[in-house]
Design a protein around this ligand. Structure first.
Ligand code: BG6
Length: 490
């Protein structure tokens, strides 16, 4: 298969931090089809050679030494990489792009829009006008897709006027994380868990996406966005759909996406009262993370004085259907938390009747997304080799917690691919399972809008938390109210 992969925003942060490194790894792993060309598009005047040199400086100074290319590897990879200067509002520049693409007819052309989303409509319109929306073309849209339902719908309409739904790939890189694939495998490739995967056996489910980093150099973007739009509307809700969905009838993209959409539609809607009760928002103050003193959000570069933007959200929600009625789902995400750590915790109910002494922690399944990637099942076991105790009580065997640990990095050491690598390869191959359909994305906006609305009318609820902690105390209280605790507190 031959492909042309065009990166709009070719000199932007996302391209050099995530996309090019992921492509390089795909190439290094021998997963990129041989007949490929990569074209970076941006506004500056550059030659192929100067773009390659710029890219080389970025890739060879990456934090992870094992991922840096050697001199020879970079030379061979760079032979695929080209550069084109474009003004995205100029039809003539799209004609030049068309000519470049027509120097050969690739089987697949992927246009990756790694630009600000306000440019998506104009880019799609111009691509369409230049005839660059034929069936071999797919367009990948990076988040954030809009800042509310209306703006997301406007973008989807503009994209939909040019590309069919199956040509438009909305990326949520959390779905590309290997553990999320394993959640599907665990649920639908094994018989063990499905009978227990319901309200009768599960007490609550917790999804935590914690970051230790602050807003870095993105203070202005982040301040307009906040944690609810940046992480909850997309990543956290997508993970929730993967946990809560019914078994799809096949692995076909739409069979899966139909089930995810049903979950989003079953989420109990918020109103002003439930937002005040069930949603906690916070903003970090100065503190210590990993032994280093770090400034508070209001002192970060490009953050306006007195900003009320939330850097932390914790919320309680419910999926209103037969499987999940009454089971709380707690979602939590934040910047500058104690450490970088993303996981889904499924807390099972206690045994209905105990024959063992002492209190026993119920079973817990932890799906670890990062930094490690694996599954942990917490069980209780008898240590064994205990005789009857002196009081002659033969039942006095105390149980001890043990865990079954599955470390996917160790189990499959050579087959692991990163989230962006996986998503890029899927985009090139036209595998749509992990991309978000427009109706899912709009439904997610519909669900978060009452929260945004309530916050607009009531600026008083913003709590503070010290950097390096697990967020405001109110987040613990939210879970404690139901008689539960966050995983790290239990
Ligand atoms: C992005 C958010 O979508 O995800 C960032 O915009 C966040 O603010 C990032 O830092 C987290 O991704 P990961 O894969 O590093 O957990």
């Amino acid at each position: 298969m031959s492909f042309d992969l065009v990166f709009f925003g070719g000199t932007g942060d996302l391209t050099w931090r995530k996309l090019m490194p992921a492509l390089f790894q795909a190439w290094r792993h021998g997963k990129l089809p041989a007949q490929g060309r990569i074209l970076a598009v941006a506004r500056d005047e550059r030659s192929d050679a100067s773009y390659r040199q710029w890219l080389k400086d970025k890739l060879t100074s990456g934090d992870d030494l094992a991922k840096r290319p050697t001199e020879d590897e970079f030379e061979r990879f760079a032979a695929l990489v080209h550069y084109l200067r474009m003004d995205l509002s100029q039809p003539g520049d799209y004609a030049v792009l068309r000519q470049w693409l027509q120097t050969r007819q690739a089987d697949t052309v992927v246009m990756y829009l790694a630009t600000s989303p306000h440019l998506f409509p104009v880019i799609c319109e111009q691509l369409g006008a230049a005839g660059l929306n034929h069936p071999a073309v797919r367009v990948v849209l990076e988040k954030p897709l809009g800042h509310d339902l209306a703006s997301a719908q406007a973008i989807n309409r503009a994209v939909g006027a040019v590309f069919s739904e199956r040509q438009a790939l909305r990326i949520d890189h959390y779905l590309g994380k290997p553990s999320v694939q394993n959640l599907m495998a665990l649920r639908f490739g094994n018989v063990l868990f499905e009978p227990l995967w319901r309200r009768e056996s599960i007490a609550n489910i917790q999804i935590t996406l914690a970051e230790s980093l602050g807003v870095g150099t993105r203070g202005d973007f982040y301040d307009r966005t906040g944690a609810l739009r940046d992480m909850v509307q997309n990543h956290a809700l997508q993970l929730l759909t993967m946990v809560a969905m019914e078994p799809p009838s096949s692995a076909d993209a739409d069979a899966i996406r139909d089930e995810k959409l049903k979950v989003l539609r079953s989420l109990k809607p918020f109103d002003a009262a439930s937002v005040a009760r069930d949603v906690v928002r916070g903003q970090y103050r100065a503190g210590t993370v990993g032994g280093m003193s770090v400034p508070g959000y209001l002192d970060e570069a490009k953050v306006p004085a007195g900003s009320h933007t939330e850097t932390f959200v914790a919320l309680r929600c419910e999926v209103q259907n037969w499987r999940w009625a009454g089971v709380p789902f707690y979602l939590r995400t934040g910047k500058r938390l104690a450490h970088r750590h993303a996981e889904i915790v499924v807390n099972f109910r206690p045994t209905p009747h105990s024959i063992f002494p002492g209190t026993q922690p119920p079973n817990q399944l932890v799906i670890k997304l990062q930094p490690d990637d694996g599954l942990q099942l917490h069980l209780l076991a008898a240590k064994g080799a205990l005789g009857p105790d002196l009081a002659g009580d033969h039942q006095a065997e105390h149980l001890s917690p043990v865990s079954l640990d599955l470390d996917f990095d160790k189990a499959f050491p050579t087959d692991r691919v990163g989230a962006y690598e996986r998503m890029l390869l899927d985009a090139l191959a036209g595998r749509l399972n992990l991309f978000v359909r427009s109706d899912e994305q709009e439904q997610a906006w519909r669900w978060v809008e009452p929260i945004l609305e309530a916050w607009r009318h009531d600026g008083s609820g913003l709590k503070t938390y010290s950097a390096g902690t697990w967020g405001p105390a109110a987040a613990s209280a939210l879970v404690a109210r139901d008689g539960f605790a966050w995983a790290e507190e239990s």
